[in-house]
Ligand binder design. Structure first.
Ligand code: MCU
Length: 412
């Protein structure tokens, strides 16, 4: 879609002993160790760590600290923490932990979240619909803006007005929204990170509010286009989302910066990192310099960010027909990410489906079988459905050796 517009859909265990992480709340505007770092025994990434420049897709299994490759599932937890830290430091800005005070109230179909910390406070509301009958607790999908995928009976819908939590109205909207009312307008988080924080708080509120009849352990998240980028980043940062469904998220979402740059260099009108930082405030200002000069300086790419979701479930929905999304990039990047689920022994927890259609954010029925299968298995507990999905109607000359010069281990 055209910059600044929206479509018919509304806008939208440890292996390396090391020191304990410092308190990430001490300076909220400085990227620091992630609040979701799983344990203190992982070696934190030093503040001055040298990040190698890599022109292929960086090996998601290889540690920056020490350089060895993950061999066990416990190693992966530490490597995941390292990627999480890198992604915040170089692209997303700091993802703050739960604020010191959080309360929720539920009235009608509106769930209101009040958060405060260090003398500042903020509040936002979401609406809950399609709640199944019965006492529950029931699964739910959080939809950024509005759902543009069909959500079946049995799954409630939570509409999240992400624009209110962090505006996405071009450069002038940097630091505007309920997130920044709490953390300050110069907080390093870009809008995608601020929205993920909002999703994390919605789940806090569901935990606090049995009256919603929703199950905080069976929450999905979805969004399309710019909001699809948001859904992917929420899945990556909020490690209690059960199912992540980014739809037509393209560059800055399912696509890899390096692959999008390669498509651009071969004459495709695809969105790149250098373009995206001028268009909107989705990313942190910490991304600007690398994005405008050389994305090979990123210690990760979006296959690594997608892999932060593993072993939790994700279905990436893409579209071959939209040049701007980078069709090769938006297919092969998540397909490469799937190697992490494969390494963890759960390849079917992640699927990639790309079908051509001219209506951006319209959902083609050809993708119904995989969408239904993922929702049934991961939100409705029907374990027998087939979620082994890696499909595209596109055909690409993807040079696997050039982009993926590493192998997929079996993590024990
Ligand atoms: C694909 O998502 C974005 C894209 O990154 C932007 O460049 C364009 O302006 O808008 C797309 C979108 O959100 O469409 C609704």
């Amino acid at each position: 879609c055209i910059p600044g517009t929206v479509t018919s859909n509304p806008p939208p265990e440890p292996s390396t002993p090391g020191p304990t992480s410092p308190d990430p709340t001490s300076d909220p505007s400085t990227p620091g160790p992630s609040p979701t770092q799983p344990n203190a025994a992982c070696t934190p990434l030093p503040a001055n760590a040298a990040i190698p420049t890599v022109s292929s897709l960086p090996d998601p299994f290889q540690f920056i600290v020490g350089g060895r490759r993950a061999a066990t599932k416990a190693d992966w937890e530490c490597r995941r923490a390292e990627i999480l830290e890198l992604a915040q430091r170089q692209e997303l800005g700091t993802f703050p932990p739960k604020p010191s005070s959080l309360t929720a109230s539920f009235s009608g179909n509106t769930l209101t979240i009040n958060a405060s910390q260090s003398g500042k406070s903020t509040s936002f509301s979401v609406t809950i619909s399609n709640v199944p009958s019965g006492t529950g607790p029931h699964p739910a999908i959080i939809a950024y803006g509005a759902a543009s995928i069909p959500i079946p009976a049995g799954v409630a819908v939570i509409v999240f007005n992400n624009n209110q939590v962090a505006a996405q109205d071009g450069q002038g909207s940097r630091g505007v929204g309920r997130f920044y009312d709490l953390y300050g307008s110069s907080h390093s988080a870009g809008a995608l990170t601020a929205w993920a924080w909002g999703v994390d708080r919605i789940i806090d509120a569901i935990e606090l509010t049995p009256g919603t009849k929703l199950d905080p352990k069976r929450i999905g998240v979805t969004g399309c286009s710019r909001n699809g980028k948001g859904a992917l980043i929420a899945g990556a940062l909020v490690n209690r989302i059960a199912l992540t469904i980014p739809q037509e998220s393209g560059s800055g979402g399912a696509a890899c910066w390096r692959l999008s740059d390669a498509q651009k260099a071969s004459g495709t009108n695809v969105q790149t990192a250098s373009q995206i930082i001028g268009e909107n405030v989705w990313f942190s200002p910490v991304f600007n310099q690398i994005a405008s000069s050389n994305v090979n300086r990123l210690g990760f790419d979006h296959h690594s960010i997608a892999a932060l979701v593993a072993p939790r479930a994700m279905l990436v929905i893409e579209n071959t027909s939209m040049e701007w999304l980078g069709n090769m990039s938006s297919y092969h990047c998540p397909r490469v990410a799937r190697s992490v689920w494969r390494a963890l022994g759960v390849p079917d927890n992640m699927g990639v489906s790309q079908v051509g259609h001219s209506d951006h954010c319209g959902f083609p029925s050809a993708q119904n079988p995989e969408l239904t299968a993922f929702i049934q298995k991961f939100l409705l507990n029907q374990s027998s459905t087939n979620t082994n999905v890696e499909k595209t109607t596109g055909s690409y000359n993807f040079d696997q050796n050039r982009w993926v010069p590493w192998t997929t281990p079996t993590l024990t």
